[in-house]
Design a protein around this ligand. Structure first.
Ligand code: NAD
Length: 290
């Protein structure tokens, strides 16, 4: 079997065009132009690349963008001050703080300081709680993008066994919650596996949909995949030669799986797209409340 490629890049372009059309219509009807503030602290190369990609996508879709690049020795109080200012800035509908932050800044404090109605990353405990209680507002962009990838590629989740490897707050946990939620892209039977799981290969092999969010290159091998399963690779790893690679042994697994997302060009572009989706929604929520 040769797996169907789940092309995140192509789907992201389609969805970003849909978002751009919705923005144009909103603005033409006198509504607000969605605005995203993106804060980077320090000069981590990968973070700078991610933030640049997000800002460029915003601008292509007709959003206003407000980039902030702060020095690496920024204090927690200084960052909190900026967030407080952006929380009450009416043109800013979404606030993104690129992680990781330098060690003098507590990430949880910063995540908690962004107003939940501007938390377009979906990391605030209020938004995570809303998702867990079945009433989602802003859902973390990576799992939301994966759910869209499944839905738009007609990969049935209803009644399927989905195995998520990884239990982080930003990928694994919200992914599991989305897959078990009611409705399109949900209604799956979900297993969450992690670093302490026993017999992980057997658990993975029982999946109709296998989602790898681990952060270890080539962790998922062909013997861990049920023939015909859909395999979604979230991992972003660099090989010793600097090449970008996922958590899945793409070459071998694509001979067994029914569908597979590549790295790069899979989940990454969908994550950026869902940031735009959340920011557009934030601009609409703001409108209803003003
Ligand atoms: P994390 O480090 O917070 O979590 C990793 C998870 O993997 C943990 O829950 C851990 O239990 C599990 N794990 C680690 N070793 C394991 C093992 N041997 N067996 C089973 N499980 C194991 O990472 P994260 O933030 O969830 O990100 C995971 C990966 O996804 C990283 O490579 C990250 O760079 C990537 N990522 C990609 C995107 C994207 O847009 N493509 C977005 C977010 C994260």
């Amino acid at each position: 079997m040769t797996a169907r490629i789940l092309d995140g890049r192509a789907l992201a372009l389609t969805m970003q065009a849909e978002i751009a059309a919705a923005v144009a219509e909103q603005v033409n009807c006198g509504g607000p132009r969605p605005g995203l503030a993106a804060i980077q602290v320090g000069d981590n190369d990968a973070s700078a690349r991610y933030v640049r990609g997000k800002i460029e996508a915003c601008e292509r879709a007709g959003f206003a963008s407000f980039p902030y690049r702060l020095p690496a020795d920024t204090t927690e109080a200084q960052l909190l001050n900026l967030i407080e200012r952006l929380n009450s800035e009416p043109h800013v509908h979404g606030i993104l703080v690129q992680l990781p932050l330098p060690c003098q800044i507590n990430e949880q404090t910063i995540i908690g300081a962004v107003w939940p109605i501007k938390d377009v990353d979906g990391f605030h405990p209020t938004n995570q709680g809303l998702l867990a209680s079945g009433n989602p507002r802003f859902v973390a962009c990576t799992p939301l993008g994966i759910q869209q990838m499944l839905v738009r590629n007609c990969i049935a989740t209803e009644g399927a066994h989905a195995v998520v490897i990884g239990r982080s707050n930003i990928v694994g946990k919200p992914m599991a919650l989305l897959l078990m939620s009611k409705g399109p892209g949900g209604d799956a039977t979900v297993t969450v596996a992690h670093s302490k799981s026993r017999d992980l290969a057997a658990i993975a092999r029982s999946a109709d949909i296998l989602i790898a969010a681990i952060g270890r290159a080539h962790f998922v091998t062909a013997d861990m995949v049920k023939p015909g399963a859909a395999v979604i690779d979230v991992g972003i790893n660099r090989t010793s030669k600097g090449k970008l690679t996922g958590d899945v042994d793409f070459h071998e697994v694509s001979k067994v799986a029914g569908a597979i997302s590549p790295v790069p060009g899979g989940v990454g572009p969908m994550t950026i797209t869902m940031l735009l989706h959340n920011t557009l929604r934030a601009s609409q929520i703001g409108q209803r409340q003003s």
